[in-house]
Design a protein around this ligand. Structure first.
Ligand code: 3HC
Length: 403
């Protein structure tokens, strides 16, 4: 990451929760003078503390040179009013996912920013297009979807709408490249590429747990054993259960598939205010730097099906990747870049190659038979690959054809 660059311009971030604070840090590390905006002084103080902790940790891990953390922190100022953003070249909005709130922030930004400024949203569950259309110049509105933790994950999805100008897209890509981020281009569709694959997998893991098919430890360990950087229940706590439910609801609204209805347990945890790490408790309980396995939620025991993991959770996710390629929303390379750089997961098409299309089809058929859920029907591409004379070669050819 370009940590000591000087001379970039002025940027703003509105909303300094987990993601907004991370994005402000990323911009400051790229040499930008950043103004962070929150409504309440207490929220600004929390964000400042978060950035202090993160930059100090980055220094301790050698990701920032000694003393560089202080330089980065000095590039960030904290304000309570959007007016302070006048003159910024780029503003990233990262307020909670409430349509009315976002629209009012966009209306203020629209009035305060100069005509050449880029207006970006980090939304993961609302239509970028609708937000753009509510402004006086939708051509300068774009989605920039960062991944948690923003200073760590190298990916940003850049979401263009039917109204975004090429100039805006080029400028945003250039800025993100200057921050050391890799971008993938996404059309404005529920979940974009990464959440479009990740969130269904996480919901399935929550369902699996809720039904008592495995303990938290069994489920998480099985997926870590399959190469994931963390188990799905721990990842849900990191992402935030509220964020997950919001994305699921949008995906259900757009695709109408029952499997995207939030697992009842997820909804209950959100209603109870147990949103994951940020509130100290979700599937696990967090006490400072310690993660405990208790008290948490313990569903009624059932006959363990842990032996079926990780295939039972991973194959439907790989099936979704093939569906995404089949409808030409993303290429295999884009999917691989998205999951490996957004979530540090193995590349899905490598996982599919390791498992083989024939085995993947057999598992998917079983999941489909058990759930009778149309969303779990084997992807046409999976059936075609498995039926090929040489399925492994056919998969190789599919990947090559999109390069
Ligand atoms: N700045 C810079 N680098 C940092 C850092 C910081 N503040 N904090 C940590 N790092 C670096 C570390 O130096 C280390 O780098 P290395 O691999 O080169 O040594 C790396 O990040 C990992 O840090 P740690 O060793 O401290 O931590 P872990 O190894 O336990 O990893 C994790 C923790 C980074 C959270 C990892 O488990 C992970 O990537 N998990 C997946 C998270 C994920 O999927 N995120 C995306 C979720 S989806 C999303 O956000 C979208 C939303 O819309 C839902």
């Amino acid at each position: 990451m370009a940590d000591s660059t000087e001379g970039a311009g002025r940027a703003g971030v509105v909303g300094l929760g987990t993601m907004g604070a991370g994005i402000a840090e990323v911009l400051a590390r790229g040499g930008w003078s950043v103004t962070g905006v929150e409504e309440q002084p207490e929220a600004l103080a929390r964000a400042e503390g978060r950035i202090q902790t993160s930059t100090a940790y980055a220094e301790s891990r050698g990701k920032l040179a000694e003393g560089e953390g202080a330089v980065v922190r000095q590039r960030i100022s904290y304000r309570t009013g959007i007016d302070a953003l006048a003159g910024c070249e780029l503003v990233v909005e990262a307020v909670p996912e409430l349509p009315e709130l976002k629209r009012s922030v966009f209306a203020r930004l629209d009035a305060v920013l100069g005509p050449d400024a880029v207006l970006a949203t980090n939304t993961s569950s609302l239509s970028v297009t609708a937000l753009a259309a509510s402004t006086s110049d939708p051509s300068r509105v774009v989605g920039v979807h960062f991944f948690n933790p923003a200073p760590v994950q190298p990916l940003v999805e850049v979401i263009s709408t039917v109204l975004t100008s090429t100039g805006t897209l080029e400028r945003v890509r250039e800025i993100l490249a200057g921050l050391g981020k890799t971008t993938i281009a996404c059309a404005d569709r529920a979940g974009f590429v990464v959440n479009g694959l990740l969130i269904g997998y996480l919901n399935a893991a929550a369902t699996w747990y809720e039904r008592g098919y495995g303990t938290r430890a069994e489920i998480d360990a099985a997926l870590v054993g399959a190469g994931m950087p963390m188990g799905p229940l721990a990842l849900l706590d990191l992402v935030g259960l509220d964020v997950t439910v919001n994305v699921l609801q949008r995906m259900y609204g757009q695709f109408g598939e029952r499997r995207f209805l939030p697992a009842p347990l997820l909804s209950s945890l959100v209603e109870a205010g147990l949103l994951g790490r940020k509130t100290g408790r979700g599937f696990y309980t967090y006490d400072g730097s310690t993660t405990t396995d208790a008290p948490g939620v313990v569903p009624p025991p059932a006959a363990s099906r842990a032996a079926e993991l990780p295939e039972a959770l991973l194959v439907p996710y790989l099936n979704d990747a093939l569906t995404m390629v089949g409808v030409r929303y993303a290429s295999p390379a884009t999917v691989d870049t998205g999951m490996s750089l957004g979530c540090r997961m193995p590349r899905p098409f490598d996982q599919l190659a390791a498992l083989g299309p024939v085995r993947a089809l057999a598992v998917q058929q079983q999941v489909f038979a058990e759930t009778a859920e149309p969303g779990y029907r084997p992807a046409r591409l999976l059936e075609q690959l498995a039926a090929a004379a040489d399925p492994d070669l056919a998969l190789h050819a599919l990947r090559a054809a999109h390069l």
